[in-house]
Write a protein that binds this ligand. Structure first.
Ligand code: PEP
Ligand code: MN
Length: 348
């Protein structure tokens, strides 16, 4: 249920509604908006009685939410959500480009690529420290060592760090390094992990599971919001289909559908989506044209030598060409893509 209150409701009235919700054994979620102030109710097994709220001061309406997902739904919050990552907004008019190697391979590698990206005007660096791989014999990431290298890359360049958290045990360590915690496709329905990232406040990039429906993705996000962490960014990264020509099938349909159902920002991962480097630019442009708020792209200076996902990684030269095209496309899509390239040669 959603309790809609007057936009100018005094704090005492808002707190009174929240107290009432708690007294009933439910959880209140304050949802500020441009046109209304709402308080979502979760934790209820049956529909709460609307009457007990309607007579409280400043309450306008009590609306039952029939969808299985609530806090992520546009029914609860009609305006787009904007996730702030150290003063960079994800989900606003500005396109978000996150780039970097699949895995952190050495201190020099991640610092070099961070400097290259900084010189391109990029603000977010990706790089896996913990790599959940299909085969136990594949490279599993340099773990704590890699986290330290990511911190070093941030200290040197100021880029915001996006890195994957594989399990609840390593969450405190990863959260210390990450500006955005990536929950990988294989973990989309790891409910203990979703609850754990929901219990802290670092933004979460939640990737769609390999065979997950859009509704399942939204329900997974609901776990995080239900924990009180509203800083969730959804990521379409391709799904499994009958088509063997590509690693996955990038589900571009998901973008307008999610945008209709949810207020959360949507980022697309064209690298895993198509799985071959020479398809990445096309899928990147298509994703932005379809309404995505940004992209997460694998970039590697020497893809043939990469320890993971080299075949789908762009060389920096190709990545720069793509950025120029994205700059043009941003205008058509009524978005901005502000690049302020900064030289970091001196500190390399
Ligand atoms: C990755 O980003 O390198 C990754 C493993 O992604 P996904 O979880 O989407 O497979
Ligand atoms: Mn990868």
């Amino acid at each position: 249920m959603l309790i809609v209150m007057k936009l100018d409701a005094p704090r005492t009235d808002i707190d009174r509604v929240k107290e009432k919700i708690r007294a009933l054994g439910y959880v209140p979620h304050e949802i500020p908006g441009d046109h209304r102030l709402a308080i979502g109710i979760t934790g209820n097994k049956s529909r709460p009685d609307a009457e007990q709220f309607l007579n409280l001061p400043s309450v306008l309406e009590a609306i039952p939410i029939t969808k299985p997902f609530k806090l992520v739904s546009r029914d609860v919050k009609p305006e787009d959500s904007i996730v702030d990552v150290n003063d960079e907004a994800i989900g606003a008019r500005e396109l978000t480009i996150i780039a970097g190697p699949c895995s952190v391979e050495s201190r020099q590698q991640i610092i070099d690529i961070a400097c290259t990206l900084k010189e391109c005007g990029i603000k977010f660096l990706r790089g896996g420290a913990y790599k959940p791989r299909t085969s136990p014999y594949s490279f599993q990431g340099y773990k704590t060592e890699a986290l330290q290298y990511l911190k070093d890359a941030r200290d040197i360049t100021g880029l915001r760090i996006v890195t994957e958290v594989k399990d609840t045990e390593t969450l405190p360590m990863v959260a210390e390094c990450a500006d955005v915690l990536q929950v990988g496709a294989r973990n989309m329905q790891n409910y203990s992990l979703l609850e754990a990232v929901g219990a802290q406040r670092k933004p979460v990039l939640l990737k769609r599971g390999l065979s997950a429906t859009i509704e399942e993705l939204l329900m997974a996000a609901e776990y995080v919001l239900n924990g009180g962490n509203y800083n969730v960014i959804l990521c379409e990264r391709g799904i499994r289909t009958f088509e063997p020509a590509t690693r996955n099938t990038l589900d571009l349909n998901a973008i307008p559908i999610i945008k209709k159902l949810s207020h959360l920002p949507v980022i697309v991962d064209p690298s895993h989506g198509i799985g071959v480097w020479d398809g990445v630019a096309a899928m990147s442009l298509a994703a932005i044209a379809a309404g995505a708020d940004g992209l997460i792209i694998e970039v590697h200076p020497d893809p043939a030598m990469a320890l993971s996902d080299g075949y789908q990684s762009l060389k920096p030269s190709k990545f720069k060409i793509l950025l120029d095209k994205l700059e043009q496309l941003a205008q058509i899509m009524d978005r901005t893509f502000t690049r302020s390239p900064q030289s970091v040669e001196a500190i390399r």
